[in-house]
Design a protein around this ligand. Structure first.
Ligand SMILES: [Zn+2]
Ligand SMILES: [Zn+2]
Ligand SMILES: [Zn+2]
Ligand SMILES: [Zn+2]
Length: 297
């Protein structure tokens, strides 16, 4: 009975190494990497390692993939306008304004509706709008000091893009994104992915870039999901690329449709998959529409 890599026989749980049955006295523990087998103790687990290694690795990779492709299909919280609560159309910077006072992205619909009502302050927190770059920077920095992850991420982006009169400083940007990511900014994960992927402010490290994109994508960062699709596409892993692009298309990212179209014409996807992407994208766009947003156009 020893060396049988099964967790149970006829519904009775057994140690995969010695075959002992689990009971109140002999408590069996799962292999935490694969959950395929159980052991009566660490000695048995160690003794079985050589035999189990390959199956364990394969199953662990499968489990990881299951999570990667099943999580993060909904857009992250920061992608929704805090006033009308609708998802902001992509690309977000074209359809919303970032409020330095409260670190909120307010959609153009709500912005212009507020203006039409004669309100010129921030439509979310009602703070007076900053008059110039120095004002905005001071507002952002005040939030940075309070350890607001979105503010820290934003300041990083400002250093990266040389905004508000700041000197370009990619190393500083990366340091800020690292701090923001630690504090929970999902957008910072995407920025770090891009830094390692392109070698901006850090030593180029594609694998590390993918790690950050993976974390971001699983938490609903659509740009991270798209980046993962691109990584797989470059490696010609078409099936994996397609799975990522399908998810980002259904989240409303138009850019995802192009590679799917190319795959379709190259015979790498079915007509149904291409149609699914188009329909999913359209549905996502519909969800972002509102009267105020139409009016703002
Ligand atoms: Zn055992
Ligand atoms: Zn295992
Ligand atoms: Zn809105
Ligand atoms: Zn505000």
């Amino acid at each position: 009975m020893s060396c049988v890599p099964v967790a149970e026989v006829d519904g009775i749980e057994i140690c995969a190494s010695c075959g002992k049955q689990g009971s109140d006295i002999i408590k069996l523990k799962n292999c935490t990497a694969c959950h395929l087998v159980k052991y009566c103790g660490t000695d048995c687990q160690r003794a079985h390692r050589k035999l189990h290694k390959k199956a364990c690795k394969e199953r662990a990779a499968e489990l990881k993939d299951e999570q990667l492709y099943s999580q993060g299909h909904e857009r992250q919280e920061g992608d929704f306008c805090p006033i009308c609560t609708l998802p902001i159309p992509l690309p977000m910077h074209e359809h919303s304004g970032f409020m330095g006072c409260c670190m909120k992205r307010v959609c153009k619909g709500c912005n212009s509706a507020a203006k039409n009502r004669g309100m010129h302050d921030c439509p979310f927190c009602r703070a007076s709008k900053p008059k110039n770059d120095a004002d905005t920077l001071a507002m952002v920095q005040a939030r940075v000091e309070k350890k607001d992850p979105d503010a820290i991420n934003y300041l990083g982006e400002m250093y990266f893009h040389e905004k508000f009169g700041l000197q370009k400083d990619t190393q500083k940007a990366v340091a800020l994104w690292e701090e923001a990511a630690e504090l929970g900014s999902i957008r910072a994960l995407f920025n770090l992915g891009g830094s390692y992927d392109g070698g901006y402010g850090v030593q180029l490290d594609k694998a590390k870039g993918v790690e950050f994109y993976t974390k971001g994508a699983m938490q609903g960062c659509v740009l991270s999901r798209y980046a993962l699709g691109q990584e797989e596409w470059e490696k010609r892993n078409h099936e994996r690329a397609l799975r990522h692009f399908l998810i980002s298309a259904k989240m409303g990212l138009k850019a995802s449709l192009e590679p799917i179209k190319q795959m379709f014409f190259a015979g790498l996807t079915t007509k149904e998959q291409y149609a699914e992407a188009l329909k999913g994208y359209q549905d996502a766009v519909e969800e972002t529409k509102s009267h105020d947003r139409d009016e703002a156009k």
